[in-house]
Design a protein. Structure first.
Length: 402
């Protein structure tokens, strides 16, 4: 079995510091700089040009540390690989490795690993990969134990020749950290391996304030005028009127109330459902939660039209024997009609929710919170606010402002 995990080395996107540096007689840093540890070569072979090194001292401070700061905010750090100076595992004994959100020393964040201090060995491996799986801004290698080397007793020393810090930048996941976390994850934090929410889900717009803590999907539906799996889109259907060809008007509004568990059932061989959006408007997506109870093949068709009585010859947005829950469209219309046909058979159609994504003709923006320019002749484009059908007499320009 081959397992593939997200892995992006985060060290090119930050910088390193350390508790002290090697200096010469004039107190100038000679090398062993902290950034040496986040640049190649990948090796345990020690040199002051390639490895970091805190200042050696027989007396003085009782702690030494090396710290990496991620410059792009917060990252989810999966694991950390360290290459310590060869032949000096004794100086690693008792070290701790942290992921934190502050640069406080001693570290006050998440302890990924703590080595058990041993005076006489065994000592840690000089090359090791340590899992962390933690959100943070800093990685800190921390040591407060010295070492006895022959007749000398050294204070703590940190000598890292290479450090790789793997994970994903906050808000992203996937093998190459290229997929965005869903917006409904709290603070848009998600695990790099599967995209599930780290801190849970935002239920603000979910019906009954219920969402799945892993996927962030609003499982019971959306509050008024919201739609989409995460209820983060404007729902035109909520203010529309709905008509079934085979039943009366009683309870038909259950199919556009936002509640996925309140359904309308009808029966026939040719069934259609018509939504009147009340005005000609731009529609970009259609969500359908419905079931046709039959063993026969079903032809599903979705029409768009500006007429309530003649639609079979109008624009066909979708036609197939299968029916996805979400259909992307790009249409300007007043009526949306769903029709199912089962030749020579009657079937039960259970419609639990029909949701239409778009904006009222006077508004635009992700949640239709912005007003279209007053001189538009009809609706405006949902993203830009530019006037779709031009301007009323006497005005010109994309937004009819001239």
């Amino acid at each position: 079995m081959i397992l593939c995990f997200p892995k992006e080395n985060l060290t090119p996107f930050g910088f390193a510091t350390q508790s002290s540096s090697l200096t010469n007689m004039t107190n100038d840093t000679v090398d062993g700089k902290p950034d040496n540890a986040i640049n190649p070569p990948i090796s345990n072979q020690f040199s002051l040009d390639n490895c970091s090194s805190t200042g050696r001292a027989l007396n003085g401070t009782n702690e030494a540390w090396w710290m990496f700061k991620y410059s792009l905010g917060t990252a989810y750090i999966t694991d950390i690989t360290i290459y310590y100076r060869e032949n000096y595992a004794i100086r690693m004994s008792g070290f701790k490795l942290y992921v934190t959100n502050t640069s406080t020393i001693p570290p006050d964040g998440y302890l990924c690993y703590e080595d058990h201090y041993s005076h006489g060995g065994p000592y840690p491996n000089i090359t090791q990969t340590i899992p962390c799986n933690q959100l943070g801004k800093y990685v800190i290698y921390y040591d407060r134990f010295g070492s006895e080397e022959g007749f000398l007793i050294y204070e703590p020393i940190v000598e890292l020749c290479y450090v790789a810090i793997d994970g994903c930048q906050n808000h992203f996941w996937g093998r190459n950290c290229e997929i965005g976390c869903v917006v409904n994850c709290i603070e848009q934090h998600c695990f790099p391996d599967n995209g599930s929410c780290i801190l849970g889900c935002n239920d603000e717009n979910c019906l009954n304030s219920i969402c799945d803590n892993d996927t962030a999907v609003c499982t019971e539906g959306c509050k008024i005028r919201r739609t989409g799996r995460f209820c983060n889109k404007y729902n035109l259907a909520f203010d529309s009127s709905i008509l079934f060809n085979s039943i009366g008007t009683e309870n038909v509004s259950l199919a556009i109330d936002g509640n996925l568990s309140s359904c309308v059932t009808t029966r026939g061989s040719e069934i259609w459902v018509q939504l009147d959006l009340k005005e000609v408007t731009i529609v970009t997506e259609i969500y359908l939660t419905l079931t046709v109870n039959t063993t026969q093949k079903v032809n599903h068709t979705i029409y768009a039209t500006n007429y309530s009585t003649i639609w079979e010859t109008e624009a066909i947005l979708y036609r197939n024997e299968s029916l996805p829950t979400m259909i992307k469209v790009d249409v300007i219309c007043r009526y949306i009609i769903y029709a199912s046909t089962i030749l020579d058979h009657f079937s039960d159609l259970e419609v639990c929710e029909i949701e239409i994504v778009g904006c009222p003709p006077t508004n635009y923006g992700p949640l239709c919170s912005q007003m279209c320019p007053v001189n538009c002749k009809g609706p405006c484009e949902l993203e830009t606010g530019n006037c779709t059908f031009g301007c009323v007499k006497g005005w010109i320009g994309n937004k009819c402002e001239l």
